[in-house]
Design a binder for this molecule. Structure first.
Ligand SMILES: C[S@@+](CC[C@H](N)C(=O)[O-])C[C@H]1O[C@@H](n2cnc3c(N)ncnc32)[C@H](O)[C@@H]1O
Ligand code: SF4
Length: 406
């Protein structure tokens, strides 16, 4: 299930990290928990997730037990460089396929071993179909404070193309239940599904705004190799995504969100205030340290990145032998680190320190001037040493990054 993993270097069986990676500097620490279960797989999705008949004997009820083993391992590996968690994020898959008690027990195990900063953001992703007030209140009581809900579209025909299982009318119920339970709420939208018209997208954006959440993510549909959607497009059964229409949809969403006080702070993310931005995702974009627990999860500590074996059975097998579940790892070299900073920080509304480009690319001055002249980078901000994308630049972000990297 799901696309190929990186190859990388072999990871040591005890999961140990080089001493340099354990020098903590000023980086904050975050945890991610990957819950790889879905009731059905959506046709466009290549995330590391499994339906019940793909689990090859792994029982979801054993998830917490295995997670606890990996938490024990993380304590041995991080030892004196252990820091309290600044954010926690349960993603998937569909974390809410598990009983609320399992999510709360997982969070408690993490908090008990790492500690947590008092204001930490604690999020779980959820599918609108399998949450209600009782479930969400149990999460809130157990320490969660934020819900990220996969709405995707308000239009039944678009949801059908995406093979989403939820009914659009469940979304407002789920949002209300989450708010009543005292959770911050974000909704995820997707634009660019084959056959989705501009009117369909306007309906979706307007419906998302009507939910009055403090945060919305809107992602362009990626046609992932190996998915059912990719096969349907290849065979001509569904139309190819239209890039010009996608750009128009992005501009519509940006303007509509702005008009109700939701402002972009990352290419695909809009928030009502600085406080309601996703602190967890910002930690990724700013290259902080995080341990990703669970099958297929990726981690990054002190310039070393590793990724766990993907299948839950293989993951449980490694842990039961007392071994690290890491399938491979890599040490990020100087130039790769700078390239990644350009790729990630340019996505943010605060932009990127121009010095990062100058440290990587001997032609930086010219590349930056070209992007200002093309209207992709804000000239005023550049004078102050920050590279900030304009709206046009946001639409062409991948190309701008390529030009800056050189
Ligand atoms: C793990 S899912 C969120 C929780 C839950 N499984 C759901 O889908 O409602 C994370 C987000 O990734 C999005 N996603 C998955 N595959 C994608 C793709 N190929 N292109 C764009 N977004 C994608 C999903 O639609 C979802 O909003
Ligand atoms: S519910 Fe979410 S994780 Fe599961 S298949 Fe669909 S998009 Fe992927």
């Amino acid at each position: 299930m799901a696309g190929p993993q990186p190859i990388g270097d072999p990871a040591p069986l005890d999961g140990s990290l080089p001493p340099k990676a354990l020098e903590t500097d000023s980086r904050t620490f975050h945890t991610y928990v990957h819950v790889p279960f879905c009731r059905v797989r959506c046709g466009y999705c290549d995330f590391n997730t499994y339906t019940s008949n793909e689990l090859e004997g792994f029982a979801p009820s054993d998830f917490v037990k295995n997670l606890s083993s990996e938490i024990e391992l993380s304590q041995r590996v991080l030892a004196s460089s252990k820091r309290p968690m600044s954010t926690v994020f349960f993603g998937g898959g569909t974390p809410t396929q598990l009983p609320a008690k399992d999510l709360v027990d997982s969070l408690s195990a993490l908090v008990q071993k790492f500690g947590i900063v008092p204001t930490a953001e604690v999020t779980t992703e959820a599918n609108p179909d399998n949450v209600d007030f009782v479930y969400l209140e149990a999460l809130k009581r157990g320490g969660f404070n934020r819900l990220s809900l996969g709405m995707q579209s308000a239009v039944p025909s678009v949801l059908a193309t995406l093979e989403r299982s939820h009914a659009p009318e469940n979304v407002p119920f789920a949002v209300k239940a989450a708010k009543d339970a005292g959770l911050q709420v974000s909704v995820d939208l997707i634009y660019g599904a084959p056959g989705e018209t501009m009117d369909d997208w306007k309906r979706t954006v307007d419906a998302a705004i009507a939910l009055e959440t403090d945060h919305i993510s809107a992602y362009a549909l990626i046609v992932e190799e190996g998915t059912k959607l990719a096969r349907q497009i290849k065979s001509g059964q569904l139309a190819e995504p239209d890039e010009d229409l996608e750009a128009d949809k992005y501009e519509y969403a940006d303007q509509a969100f702005n008009s109700v006080g939701l402002n972009w702070y990352e290419l695909s993310n809009w928030s009502r205030s600085v406080e309601t931005r996703s602190a967890h995702n910002i930690a990724y974009w700013r290259g902080q340290d995080w341990w990703g627990f669970g099958p297929g999860a990726h981690s990054h500590v002190g310039g070393v990145r590793w990724w766990n074996v993907k299948h839950p059975t293989a993951y449980a097998g490694r842990l039961s032998q007392g071994h690290s579940p890491a399938a491979g790892r890599e040490t990020i070299d100087h130039d790769t680190g700078l390239t990644e900073r350009i790729l990630l920080e340019l996505r943010l509304v605060e932009g990127l320190d121009a010095q990062v480009v100058k440290d990587l690319n001997p032609e930086a001055q010219r590349a930056i001037a070209d992007q200002i002249a093309a209207g992709n980078i804000d000239g005023g901000e550049a004078i102050r040493g920050r590279l900030v994308l304009t709206l046009k630049g946001r639409l062409l972000a991948d190309g701008v990054v390529r030009m800056l990297v050189g």
